[in-house]
Design a protein around this ligand. Structure first.
Ligand code: ADP
Length: 574
């Protein structure tokens, strides 16, 4: 059962007030009764003392009858019983009874003590009047001697009547105090619980999305501080929420205006969100809540998602969807195990690339025959020309050779880039292959007085490769080493490594500045155009090298120090 603050505070107060009231009543009754009886006794004592002044002369003069009459009148007028006895306890006068028929009172406790010279009081049952009474006894001294005793007594029922009216008043006062205290407790408990209630309502409103909820308290206590903090907090939340909503709106509009398709998948592959472009791509509007494979039945796409979720890393792949080519980039979000996939339409780019490639291939094919013819005619003309014309013909031949090389390299690159291209592999001994290649370069090596060294480990394994393509690859690298080395040496080493054969071609040539190292494998990239042209370079050589190495599942790296030399490392798996 829920116990509200109000009931806790109010209930607590109620218990305290009740306990307090009971204690007050019990102790106050007792104390008041004692105090009341004491006061009464003192009053009776005072009364007795004043009575003695009247009684003593009558006693001394032996006017006992007058004494009795006086006692009876006086006793009646103050509703108090008065008894006077002599020193033997014989009743001389009594306000309520005939003294002659009354028995000896010597041994009544209050009289006994009074006759002994002490004042005394007692509450006891009176045999004479058959009632509980309050007695006060006083000695009567005459000529320095106790000559009798005066007793004043009150009916206890009168005392009790007085006392009970007092008790009723106390009850009333305590009752009034209790009611006022409870009213106070009620107001206090409510003043505590009301702000709490307001705070609770306000938090419920905030929880349900109403951030305008405010708690306004008039008090100046901690609760007011709490309310102020609450209001500040709700304002902050509102601001944050507005900011988030604005960001979400912006994100939504960015996502929906994106040309790329985008979907977010949960860890089970269920679509959480898909933008308009994605819906357009798959021609389906209702995708949220469905599994991605329900809306996109492309095995390669499924494979990509599965791999991303299993390996928990970002991957991208070109995939054909509905006869269009898309670059599908899948990003894994570790915090929520979600996957976000963007689909970038590459169809136009790929079409253009194909047109460009076809154009390059066609042009290269078309150029090859006339260039070969031109070269043939230059050779013929060269034989018959004079020295001056030979000079010109030499230049024409050099440029024709360069053109032929470019056409040859372009055709080779196009061939390597063909989707259907397959390597014609066989078991190869790399050492013999390099030895035969070096023979081609011997005249130039000798001409440049270069020192060439080939070292190979004895246990070098045969590799599975395409001999013509590998030959082409190695020719390009060794050709560069010879081309760009003026003096010094070229060292070629072959080593077995893990799963690869490592070919290192190290020269002591001009080297390559660090900033160009990343770019030299790009198509047509040359560092020094005029030097490359002069040396018959095309800028395609290293691009071909990289292609061939990758087609063999290998790779190629370069390290170089300008002015000191360059090392190309080719890894080929065996
Ligand atoms: P190129 O036909 O001009 O040699 P490559 O693609 O073979 O084209 O090489 C690209 C560029 O890399 C070259 O222009 C050259 O500047 C640089 N390069 C390649 N190999 C070496 C080398 N061994 N020493 C110095 N520079 C080199």
């Amino acid at each position: 059962m829920k116990r509200s603050i109000f009931f806790k505070v109010f209930g607590g107060y109620l218990l305290i007030i009740l306990a307090f009231a009971v204690l007050v009543l019990v102790f106050s009754f007792r104390a008041i009764k004692t105090f009341y009886l004491d006061t009464l006794s003192h009053n009776l004592e005072d009364l007795g003392r004043s009575l003695k002044f009247k009684a003593i002369p009558l006693l001394e003069e032996g006017r006992i009858g007058e004494l009795d009459t006086f006692v009876k009148e006086f006793g009646k007028s103050i509703s108090t019983r008065i008894t006077i006895v002599d020193k033997e306890g014989v009743v001389l006068a009594d306000s309520d009874e005939n003294p002659e028929i009354m028995e000896n009172h010597k041994f009544r406790p209050e009289i006994y003590r009074a006759l002994a010279g002490h004042k005394s009081q007692a509450i006891r049952f009176s045999d004479t009047v058959q009632e509980d009474m309050l007695y006060v006894g006083l000695p009567i001294e005459m000529k320095g001697q106790v000559a009798g005793a005066l007793r004043i007594s009150l009916y206890l029922k009168d005392v009790n009547r007085l006392f009970s009216s007092l008790r009723t008043n106390i009850w009333r006062i305590v009752g009034l105090i209790m009611v006022l205290s409870l009213l106070g407790a009620f107001i206090f408990a409510r003043s505590l619980s009301r702000p709490m209630k307001e705070l609770r309502f306000a938090s419920q409103r905030i929880a349900s999305g109403d951030f305008d909820a405010k708690v306004l308290l008039k008090s100046r206590d901690e609760l007011r501080e709490l309310a102020d903090s609450f209001n500040f907090m709700s304002e902050q939340i509102k601001e944050l929420f507005t900011q988030l909503s604005r960001q979400k709106e912006e994100l939504d509009s960015v996502l929906s205006s994106m040309e790329e398709g985008l979907i977010a998948l949960d860890k089970n592959g269920e679509i959480l969100f898909g933008n308009d472009s994605f819906k357009k791509i798959i021609a389906n509007d209702r995708i949220e809540g469905k599994s991605y494979w329900e809306v996109l039945r492309e095995p390669k796409f499924g494979e990509l998602i599965r791999k991303v979720q299993e390996e928990k890393k970002n991957l991208a792949e070109e995939i054909m969807l509905k006869e269009r080519t898309f670059l599908c980039s899948a990003a894994f979000l570790p915090s929520r195990q979600e996957t976000v996939v963007t689909l970038h339409d590459l169809t136009r780019i790929r079409d253009l690339e194909k047109i460009k490639k076809d154009f390059v291939v066609n042009v290269s094919h078309e150029l090859r025959t006339p260039l070969t013819a031109i070269k043939g005619y230059i050779e013929t003309l060269y034989e018959e020309a004079d020295a001056k014309s030979r000079n010109y013909l030499e230049i024409i031949r050099r440029h024709t050779d360069r053109l032929i090389n470019i056409v040859k390299d372009l055709l080779l690159l196009s061939e390597l880039e063909e989707k259907e291209f397959r390597l014609q592999t066989e078991k190869l001994n790399l050492k013999s292959l390099i030895e035969s290649i070096l023979k081609i370069f011997m005249p130039r090596i000798k001409e440049k007085k270069l020192c060439v060294k080939l070292t190979a480990e004895d246990s070098l394994p045969l590799i599975e490769g395409d001999p013509f393509k590998l030959e082409q690859m190695l020719i390009n690298v060794i050709d560069n080493a010879v081309k760009y080395t003026k003096k010094g040496k070229i060292e070629i080493s072959l080593k077995k490594e893990d799963r690869n054969v490592r070919i290192e071609i190290q020269d002591t040539g001009i080297g390559i500045p660090k900033e160009y190292l990343d770019r030299i494998f790009e198509r047509f990239y040359v560092i020094d155009k005029s030097r490359s042209k002069k040396l018959g370079g095309t800028g395609l050589g290293l691009s071909i090298v990289k292609h061939i190495a990758l087609l063999h599942n290998g790779d190629v790296y370069v390290k170089s120090t300008p002015g000191k030399g360059t090392t190309f490392t080719i890894l080929l798996p065996f």
